[in-house]
Design a protein around this ligand. Structure first.
Ligand SMILES: NC(=O)c1ccc[n+]([C@@H]2O[C@H](COP(=O)([O-])OP(=O)(O)OC[C@H]3O[C@@H](n4cnc5c(N)ncnc54)[C@H](O)[C@@H]3O)[C@@H](O)[C@H]2O)c1
Length: 256
């Protein structure tokens, strides 16, 4: 279990459904992890890991829309671990609203969190990776960035932008031996789809989940680990020939 031995990873959205699993699995595979999320202090699995594995996990909190927070995260990673080999831009928000009802403020917020923050954090981290001569950056995009869904125009635009950012960054950073890839999950069983249903006043959550499951060939939602497994592979040297890829991890949703 040492696929990420000697690697230092920054993982954003680390207190969320996929983030917590990512922090645990990256540490299990030998990485040191700087975990980051909105909350000032870590909680749940990340707080437990900091206690259980001293020197393996550190936490820096704050809103990634703030460029000062981006600098804070990078500084914390360098202070605790001295380098950065992997950046998993995993944080994100979803607003599910019909195109005609989506406000400019909602669009701005989605773009600021889901696109601008990963752009600026990647830029800051890639400068360090360039000096080190190697790195892997992974964006957590979405199938919403590949195909069009009702009520997902603004979210899809932000995630489509993030997927394209991976391709363009890969072009610019290949010369520095930095790989950049995006993963595009189908619906993952975390708080995010539940918040979406609640926000849209859906009372029959079980029925709505069954409908969501049916969009995937495998007829179920993803478990967070099934997405994290792909991020872990892309973070590791096993993926040394992969860059600029936009990878559906979607139980076949985009195959049909
Ligand atoms: N759950 C799904 O169905 C699904 C599907 C496709 C893609 N995704 C993407 O996967 C990623 C992880 O989502 P998840 O399913 O774990 O959901 P989640 O809501 O559990 O986790 C998202 C995390 O991002 C953090 N975050 C949001 N805005 C932030 C900000 N401004 N600054 C710092 N942190 C911020 C949240 O605090 C939260 O912990 C997201 O990018 C999401 O868009 C999720």
């Amino acid at each position: 279990m040492s696929r990420l031995k000697n690697k230092v990873a920054i993982i954003t959205g680390a207190l969320g459904g996929q983030g917590q699993v990512a922090v645990r699995r990256f540490v299990e595979e030998g990485a040191k992890v700087l975990a980051s999320d909105m909350a000032a202090r870590p909680n749940g699995e990340v707080a437990a890991l900091i206690k259980a594995k001293p020197g393996k996990v550190a936490y820096a909190g704050g809103d990634l829309r703030d460029p000062k927070v981006i600098q804070k995260i990078l500084k914390a990673a360098l202070k605790h671990f001295g380098r950065v080999d992997v950046l998993f831009n995993n944080h994100g928000i979803m607003v599910g609203k019909p195109f005609l009802d989506t406000t400019a403020e909602e669009l701005d917020e989605l773009l600021a969190v889901n696109l601008r923050a990963p752009f600026l954090l990647s830029q800051a981290v890639a400068r360090v990776m360039a000096k080190q001569g190697k790195g892997s950056i992974i964006h957590n995009s979405s199938v919403g960035g590949i195909v069009g869904f009702p009520t997902m125009a603004a979210y899809g635009a932000s995630k489509g932008g993030l997927a394209q950012l991976a391709r363009s960054m890969a072009s610019d950073l290949a010369g520095f031996n930095i790989r950049v890839n995006a993963i595009c999950p189908g619906v993952v069983d975390t708080a995010m789809p539940r918040r979406y249903l609640k926000g849209n006043g859906v009372e029959d959550q079980a029925g709505a989940f069954a409908q969501m499951a049916a969009m995937h060939l495998v007829n179920r939602l993803a478990e967070p680990i099934e997405i994290v497994n792909v991020a872990l592979f892309l973070a590791s040297d096993e993926a040394s020939y992969m860059t600029g890829a936009v990878i559906p991890v979607d139980g076949g949703l985009t195959a049909i």
